[in-house]
Design a protein around this ligand. Structure first.
Ligand SMILES: Nc1ncnc2c1ncn2[C@@H]1O[C@H](COP(=O)(O)OP(=O)(O)OP(=O)(O)O)[C@@H](O)[C@H]1O
Ligand code: SF4
Ligand SMILES: [Mg+2]
Length: 382
């Protein structure tokens, strides 16, 4: 742990020391990741359940920064079943994006690294552990097996290239072998039509700034679906859009997912979106999963005090309140996590046992799990 000045600031010398130590650690990971011609056996693995598209198993993703190690994701486990939508919710900064970027191996390198755990990706005839998959192989997996739709399409589309060129580039890169220029263009137009762009020939020639936010997001979806990925990660895909366009985009995503039978990992702050779209829900808090279950279980029987707080803080139509509920306090500092329940200092339901170690996961049903001392009498194994 870094030594701090009495005022809480790090000295320049101390910061340099941390930086040197970090470089030693991250160089090791980078060397491993950038190796060429790695035998497949090194990253082959087996799905624990072949019905899952992805299994996150005790994932730890850290950022080695000059002020210390940020434990952004600290032991996350959940599954994304084939053909289903899993909603991931949680407060800003709880590690939702870092979890999905770990799956894509798109973390900010070299400081961001998967330091422990497995991410098993089901490729049909075999499975890979993404945590060990080298860079050259990842480039083939991205786009073909998994793709990501980001919150703000303007930052993901290149402003100086026409829409058609950008979609074509994705097809050429991942699915272009043996295809002529005309065939690639035809596929691009087909994709633009598939995502509900009426004037597809016109949009093909436009630049991103000539489209509305909703249309840009449709183009991003077209690019993400170009190669029929097995898993689509949608990180706040509709936050930047107004409510009617949001509903259209969500409908589109759901229909396309069913059409190509892929799975969606949907990250959002919006419980309404989760209720409408998700089959399963994962609730994260400070880099860990505090509760998970089917959407019915989480909405009908929210069990972790944080989930209960989340549910209480959403507005309900027809119910008049003076002030919406807000969860008091703030999230602990991810550089220096406590060894007790991370929610304890904000929890209105805490009991004397809560001063103990971080609570382990309790099964409330086959699918419903919660990490909280309140359920310890229901403990059945882990
Ligand atoms: N490149 C980085 N360097 C250092 N810390 C980072 C970096 N990226 C993310 N973090 C830290 O990791 C933690 C989790 O971030 P993440 O982006 O996953 O949050 P999130 O749950 O997606 O939040 P939001 O809802 O605001 O998008 C945060 O504490 C954040 O400060
Ligand atoms: S373990 Fe205790 S402090 Fe933590 S969420 Fe449960 S009741 Fe609250
Ligand atoms: Mg995020």
């Amino acid at each position: 742990m870094a030594k701090k000045h009495p005022e809480g600031y790090l000295s320049a010398k101390e910061s340099r020391r941390i930086s040197r130590e970090n470089r030693k650690i991250t160089d090791q990971y980078e060397k491993q990741y950038k190796r060429k011609n790695v035998p497949e056996q090194e990253y082959l693995t087996q799905m624990h359940n072949p019905e899952n598209a992805v299994e996150f198993d005790n994932l730890h993703t850290y950022f080695f920064t000059d002020v210390g190690t940020v434990k952004s994701v600290d032991g996350v486990s959940f599954e994304v079943p084939i053909g289903k939508t899993v909603g991931v919710v949680g407060e800003s900064g709880c590690g939702k994006s870092v979890t999905s970027l770990s799956l894509m191996q798109l973390l900010q390198r070299p400081q961001g690294q998967i330091v422990d755990g497995q991410i098993r990706l089901n490729l049909g005839d075999k499975a890979y552990d993404i945590a060990k998959t080298p860079m050259e192989k990842m480039q083939k997996l991205r786009g073909n097996y998994m793709s990501m739709i980001f919150q703000e399409p303007m930052t993901s589309l290149n402003p100086v290239f026409r829409i058609g060129e950008q979609v074509e580039e994705v097809i050429e890169l991942h699915d272009g072998e043996g295809k002529s220029k005309e065939e690639i263009k035809a596929r691009t137009i087909e994709l633009l039509e598939m995502v509900g762009i009426a004037n597809s020939e016109g949009v093909y020639k436009m630049y991103p700034h000539e489209l509305s936010g909703g249309m840009r997001q449709r183009v991003m979806i077209a690019m993400a679906l170009a190669c029929n990925p097995k898993i689509i990660i949608a990180d706040e895909p509709t936050t930047a859009l107004d409510v009617t366009i949001q509903a259209q985009i969500l409908d589109l995503l759901r229909n396309l997912k069913n059409k190509i039978n892929s799975s969606i990992m949907l990250i959002t702050h919006d419980l309404g979106v989760i209720a409408e779209m998700a089959d399963y829900v994962v609730v994260m808090y400070a880099g860990r999963v505090v509760e998970k279950g089917t959407v019915q279980e989480i909405f009908a029987n929210p069990s972790h005090p944080y989930t209960i707080g989340l549910m209480a803080s959403k507005p309900v139509i027809g119910k008049k309140v003076d002030k919406l509920y807000s969860i008091p306090g703030k999230v602990p500092n991810p550089v220096n996590m406590p060894d007790y329940c991370y929610f304890r200092d904000r929890c209105e339901m805490r009991c004397p046992e809560c001063d103990g170690k971080y609570p382990c996961e309790i099964s409330l049903s086959e699918t419903h799990k919660v990490s909280c001392y309140r359920y310890y009498d229901k403990k059945e194994g882990k």
